[in-house]
Design a protein around this ligand. Structure first.
Ligand code: G4P
Length: 526
């Protein structure tokens, strides 16, 4: 029997995995897909990460782009739930892509390497989730290796990631002595046998003082676990789902993704507690997923890898109502009706044309250049989605055209690449020169390569010593006055908003002191 609309929404769990490269995101994703039956063998999900040693090898990037289309969204069914995993590039140069993908999820799983603890990229990504109050579950991975002490790690997570943790599982030993994990959530002890089949050697352990525990792991480890769990109960709060859903508490699990250990426990708890599709905010009003009229927004655009076919794939998150194939929808920014004959959904690495999609789902729409990141589609209502900000780039370069005959192509190429969100474009207020801002050097290589391959345009990048781009908030008259005074350091972003281009942290501080009525933001939404 067909499920009701509300049931379809409630059974959906759309989330992203965030981690520092190499913590085990790809491995964990793969194990989750194995549980969901979406893939049959390990190794089926290709890592979409760009290997560290290939940081400026763009042929490698092109290859990876092919892989990352397939892994953009991986959906699977598990215990009656429809789980949508949104892939987030781990490479730091693509952090902006990851930030945007996080606007389309309802919750996140944070993977941490037990030996390395909290790493830089994790800190940044968790901060983005925290800003959006995204509920997060933490998975501490690689327990089969020597690593940091469990309590030390929890302290580090609280301190560096500013998460209030609630350990729902606890390791028995570690590395060579790793014996298993005690799951507080289900009151089970699961013993570690590398590469074992699931569900083996699991004991229900309602009472930790039972001698069964000593028999299972030995007296010393049993005593240690008892003391640890006692301490956990004293120090950390009980799990409170409401707090988790508000982003105020994060359950923590321990395991080893590559050994498929602790992953099923994580998944079982995840589908129980993670939020179903949440409302989305627009400038006009909040949108409940339960509304019967369709709405959705574009959070990612993927260019076709074949330069002869200029079409792109725009990924849209369904926010309310049902999305139907071959139905006219309203493209708000362009003020025009559009319909889609081949909307694509992703099941693991398979793509398929779908007729209907529900809130929480991600659909890929073939696009010949109509969409840009943040665009809304509705049944006619003027809705402008919020919460898809641009972040200040880290690196800035002037773009210089090196082939005067191709300036049209260059402008078009730059425009389209910016719509895709590859980088950000700023136009200087005083002389109209164009500045491209990125998170890392790799993006400049990608842009240069793609401009030539796809648009026949060539350009050079001229280094520019710049610290941050700051979006301005204040009274219109004050901002206008600021622009007049600081024209040399003001540029417009793609939406025409004025941005102060700070040359250094010191300059920014000075300018802030001189203009106390203006607020300077490192993101375009505040
Ligand atoms: P990422 O997507 O977060 O970048 O990480 P990925 O899953 O690719 O994992 C990074 C490395 O860590 C891989 O090894 C992977 O096998 C290993 N790994 C993942 N989970 C565990 C675990 O629980 N225990 C241990 N010991 N290792 C784990 P690699 O050598 O870089 O690649 P591969 O050749 O094994 O694929």
């Amino acid at each position: 029997m067909a499920l009701k609309f509300t049931e379809e929404i409630q059974r959906r769990k759309t989330f992203g995995i965030v981690s520092h490269p190499d913590a085990g995101k790809t491995t964990l994703t793969e194990k989750l897909l194995l549980f969901g039956g979406a893939i049959q063998i390990a190794g089926a999900v290709k890592s979409n990460k760009i290997k560290k040693h290939a940081t400026s090898d763009f042929m490698e990037i092109e290859k990876q782009r092919g892989i990352s289309v397939a892994t953009s969204v991986m959906a699977f069914e598990y215990r009656g739930y429809k789980v949508n995993i949104l892939d987030t590039p781990g490479h730091k140069d693509f952090a902006e892509d990851t930030y945007r993908t996080l606007t389309a999820v309802d919750s996140a799983i944070v993977v941490i390497d037990v030996a390395k603890g909290v790493e830089e990229q994790t800190e940044k990504l968790v901060e983005v989730c925290r800003m959006r109050r995204t509920p997060m579950i933490v998975f501490i991975n690689k327990l089969d290796r020597e690593g940091k002490d469990g309590f030390e790690l929890l302290d580090e997570i609280e301190l560096k990631l500013k998460l209030k943790v609630c350990p729902l599982s606890w390791p028995v030993g570690m590395g060579q002595d790793f014996q298993g994990v005690y799951n507080k959530y289900s009151e089970e002890l699961k013993l570690f046998r590398p590469h074992s089949k699931q569900d083996e050697d699991t004991y229900l352990l309602r009472d930790l003082s039972s001698s069964d525990l000593d028999d299972a792991v030995g007296e010393r480890a049993a005593d240690e676990l008892r003391t640890d769990v006692e301490m956990l109960t004293e120090v950390y709060p009980d799990f409170d789902r409401e707090k988790y859903l508000q982003g105020e508490q994060s359950p923590v699990f321990f395991g080893s993704a590559v050994n498929n250990f602790g992953v099923k426990e994580l998944l079982d708890c995840f589908v129980d507690i993670a939020p179903s599709p949440l409302p989305r905010i627009t400038e006009e009003r909040a949108i409940s997923p339960l509304e019967d009229k369709f709405s959705g927004f574009v959070f990612k655009i993927h260019a076709n890898m074949d330069p002869k076919h200029r079409d792109r794939l725009a990924f849209i998150r369904i926010c309310s109502g049902t999305f139907e194939r071959n139905t006219n929808y309203y493209h708000v920014r362009k003020d025009k009706k559009m319909k889609f004959s081949n909307p694509t959904a992703f099941m693991a690495s398979k793509k398929e044309v779908i007729d209907t999609a529900y809130p929480g789902d991600i659909v890929g729409l073939y696009d010949s250049g109509n969409f840009k990141i943040g665009d809304g589609l509705t049944e006619g209502e003027e809705l402008h989605f919020k919460g898809i900000p641009s972040f200040s780039p880290e690196l800035f370069r002037y773009v210089n055209n090196t082939d005067p005959m191709k300036s049209k192509q260059l402008n078009k190429g730059v425009d389209q690449l910016m719509d895709e969100g590859v980088a950000q474009l700023f136009t200087k207020e005083d002389n109209g020169r164009k500045i491209i801002g990125t998170v890392g050097q790799l993006q400049f290589d990608v842009i240069k390569y793609r401009l030539l391959a796809e648009y026949g345009a060539s350009c050079d990048f001229e280094p520019l010593a710049m610290h941050k781009a700051c979006w301005l908030e204040g009274e219109t008259a004050q901002i206008e006055e600021f622009i007049r005074l600081r024209k040399r350091n003001v540029a417009r972003d793609k939406e025409g908003r004025p941005v102060y281009m700070a040359e250094s942290a010191w300059m920014l501080k000075t300018v802030q002191d001189n203009h106390p009525d203006i607020k300077f933001h490192f993101t375009s939404e505040f």
